[in-house]
Design a protein around this ligand. Structure first.
Ligand SMILES: *Cc1c(COP(=O)(O)O)cnc(C)c1O
Length: 365
């Protein structure tokens, strides 16, 4: 590159980083919302409401981190087409940042991705490249990036390292700051799902770095490789089918998933995730996404244990995205019937828990 060209490129990168930082500076952090439980229980539950980001999910944080990482590494310049393999939400958030920088963006998404999400990607200015086999999104993204002379963001590899785990306003630091004035400011448990694994890696590392007593629980849906791999220690687990809970559960153990910072994992049936999402939507007066249901199911089970042991404290989990994105799936009776999902026994479990604190889930098949 000539000096003139490299000066121009450097000036562009400087301006690009300014824009991303200015966007963050204009934004407030997301709310930490109390989930109402009987006060006499002595156990408090909170949801970090990641749906309130400008692009509607916790992937807003990841997209910002991945863009900054790519810019500071010299991987993204003024002529770069940005490519991502994504089940939807990451692509929505990355489209937002690509447009902010005037860069073309292509999302390689499974053909099964909800229409709502495809529309959101296009609304943010991204292009969608649909693939039939969800398992080939990554190889197709590599191919497309090479063909276009672009950059493949590769969220499943870089999520854990693009985020500043020691602080810099990451999600963990924000949670502890927002808990400071609560009656149990240091959570007993933080419960999250894993898609890239980036969120659990950031929170797990931060807990250790700050020497908090908090334990980290990762909830995992059916057909995900994370849970069996964590149990067995085998990093090469593959599953036959993709997860039905969008955003979490992967067919292989992604590189961004850090198993050693996870204190506990719980396998959550899909019908339980969706039943908990429905119940939470009633309680909160607004619809939440499927992975929020998975997280709440895990949190409810842990809170019931604490109650049975006579312990008090707090539990924090995530409202990772809202339910508007899933009108034609988790909130559609037709879709639920077609998937042969019977929510009723799981809904009854949640109702009984919210009334009595007792946890009696149906036997796993
Ligand atoms: C990505 C995602 C998660 C999991 O977050 P990771 O940091 O990728 O593990 C959970 N819920 C939703 C809705 C997501 O989009």
């Amino acid at each position: 590159m000539s000096d003139l060209l490299s000066d121009a490129r450097r000036a562009w990168v400087t301006e690009a980083i300014t824009r991303v930082e200015a966007d963050a500076n204009r934004s407030a952090d997301t709310h930490l919302v109390p989930f109402p439980l009987p006060g006499a229980w002595g156990v408090d539950l909170y949801l970090k409401d990641e749906s309130s980001h400008p692009t509607g999910s916790l992937k807003h944080r990841l997209a910002r981190s991945l863009f900054l990482y790519g810019l500071c590494n010299g991987w993204i310049g003024p002529d770069t087409t940005v490519v991502e393999a994504s089940s939807g939400s990451t692509a929505v958030s990355e489209s937002y940042f690509a447009r902010m920088l005037g860069l073309p963006f292509v999302a390689v998404v499974p053909a099964t991705t909800s229409q709502e999400k495809l529309e959101l990607i296009r609304f943010q200015g991204g292009r969608c490249h649909l693939v039939e086999d969800a398992g080939s999104c990554v190889s197709e993204a590599y191919r497309l990036a090479a063909e276009l002379g672009g950059h493949f963001m590769d969220q499943f590899t870089y999520a854990e390292r693009a985020t500043d785990w020691r602080g810099n306003n990451n999600i963990a630091e924000a949670i502890y700051q927002q808990m400071a004035m609560e009656r149990h400011p240091v959570p007993q448990w933080i419960v999250v799902g894993a898609g890239t694994g980036g969120t659990s890696a950031t929170i797990g590392r931060f807990i250790r770095y700050r020497r908090h007593a908090t334990r980290l629980c990762v909830v995992d849906p059916e057909n995900s490789a994370f849970y069996p791999s964590w149990r067995s220690g085998d990093p090469n687990v593959h599953t036959a089918k993709p997860s039905r809970i969008e955003g979490i559960g992967r067919q292989r153990v992604e590189r961004s998933f850090e198993p050693h910072v996870v204190d506990r994992m719980e396998l959550v049936p899909d019908a339980a995730s969706i039943a908990a999402a429905h119940a939470a939507s009633e309680v909160l007066g607004r619809r939440v996404g499927g992975s929020t249901g998975t997280s709440l199911w895990g949190a409810f089970g842990i809170i019931a244990e604490m109650l049975a042991q006579g312990r008090t404290g707090s539990v924090v989990t995530l409202l990772a995205d809202g339910g508007e994105r899933y009108r034609h799936t988790y909130y559609s009776p037709e879709w639920l019937a077609a998937q042969e999902l019977d929510l009723e026994p799981f809904g009854n479990t949640v109702d009984r828990f919210l009334k009595t604190g007792e946890w009696a889930p149906p036997a796993m098949p």
